[in-house]
Design a protein around this ligand. Structure first.
Ligand SMILES: [Fe+2]
Ligand SMILES: [Fe+2]
Length: 161
């Protein structure tokens, strides 16, 4: 049996994953509007991944016999100041999510909830990858600066995700 406290924290995280999905959906829409279809595609993939994250948490609560509570999804930002600002925002957001996952893990360990720890282990690894992927794109964007030709090429590259 999962504790009420742990279940509540996971329900909060389900909402946070939907918030993340919405943020990325908003970023995809922004890139579509900027005529950067590759970056929009990259963000759409990210959007779907976040939905899968929410589903993993939902499944865990079902399996543990806890009630899933669906919260409200926050409205994401609508406009950004170019590709670099979008990916920097994404990196900030992923770091915030990592902190959240770490806190969930701390709680699972404290409660000796091994099943939740084991489930969270996947997320700990996933966050390392998420941050690394976004950081690599931020570095590339910082490197190319305002060069339209390079942004065009990078857009093509990200479209291959
Ligand atoms: Fe996530
Ligand atoms: Fe993420």
């Amino acid at each position: 049996m999962i504790s009420e406290k742990m279940a509540a924290a996971i329900n909060d995280q389900i909402k946070a994953e939907f918030d993340s999905a919405y943020i990325y959906l908003g970023m995809a829409a922004y890139f579509q509007d900027c005529n950067l279809p590759g970056m929009a595609h990259w963000m759409e993939k990210q959007y779907h991944e976040e939905l899968e994250h929410a589903e993993r948490f939902i499944e865990h609560l079902y399996e543990r016999g806890a009630r899933v509570k669906i919260g409200e999804i926050a409205k994401p930002k609508e406009s950004y100041d170019g590709p670099l600002s979008v990916f920097k925002e994404s990196l900030r957001h992923e770091r915030y999510v990592t902190e959240r996952i770490d806190k969930l893990m701390d709680q699972a360990i404290e409660e000796k909830d091994h099943a939740t720890s084991s489930m969270l282990k996947w997320f700990v690894d996933e966050q390392v990858e998420e941050e690394a992927n976004v950081e690599a794109i931020v570095r590339k964007l910082e490197f190319v600066g305002d060069s339209h030709a390079s942004i065009y090429l990078l857009d093509k590259e990200l479209g291959g995700r």
